[in-house]
Ligand binder design. Structure first.
Ligand code: IMP
Ligand code: MG
Length: 175
């Protein structure tokens, strides 16, 4: 069984340009406030590192480690491996995610965090695979809308591999 990775679908240059645009909007929207940026690991680690560097608003950071995927299909069952260490009550929380596919993962996390009464909760996702959505989740900042293909790189994996690619590529398995 071979694994085929396309040439860049989103290049390093396209990604960096878009990250700066999103950061500029976030900086404007949160002017005068302090953000608690919450990265959803592992997938969001690269996007998170890039975007927090260019957001011009004071912030604290924290991470959630979750898993929802068995190979390429979402199970709808979300497991929190490691919860936040910060108390989010009264804070302006910005969730930073790699990709929204069916929406199960973010829907679950969003509800969980809202119960803890943050002052506000917004969601920033690098990729939005809209055609595959099963449950609606309000997305405040979207890097790129992409079609249904399975993608890897820039933090995204297939069985924990390819996360280190600096760009986004389309992944295919062939027999
Ligand atoms: P959802 O619960 O179906 O929205 O899936 C969200 C999670 O599945 C993301 O946080 C990713 O970790 C993973 N995921 C969804 N689509 C892809 C993909 O195309 N490549 C890699 N991971 C993906
Ligand atoms: Mg994943």
């Amino acid at each position: 069984m071979a694994m085929i990775i396309s040439k860049p679908f989103l290049t390093v240059e396209q990604i960096q340009k878009r990250v700066k645009e999103l950061a500029a909007r976030i900086s404007e929207d949160y002017e005068g406030k302090e953000i608690l940026s919450v990265g959803i690991l592992k997938g969001a680690f690269m996007f998170f590192a890039d975007i927090v560097k260019v957001i011009q608003v004071p912030m604290t950071i924290d991470f959630l480690i979750v898993s929802s995927y068995a190979k390429m299909e979402s199970t709808g069952e979300i497991k929190i491996h490691t919860d936040l260490r910060e108390d989010i009550k009264g804070k302006d929380v910005l969730l930073i995610e790699d990709i929204v596919d069916t929406g199960f993962t973010l829907n679950h996390i969003r509800k969980l965090l809202l119960e803890r009464q943050p002052a506000s909760l917004k969601i920033c996702t690098f990729l939005d695979k809209k055609p595959r959505r099963r449950v609606e989740v309000p997305l405040d900042y979207i890097g790129f809308e992409i079609p249904e293909d399975y993608v890897v790189g820039y933090g995204l994996d297939y069985e924990n591999r390819f996360r280190n690619l600096p760009y986004i590529a389309i992944f295919k398995e062939s027999k």
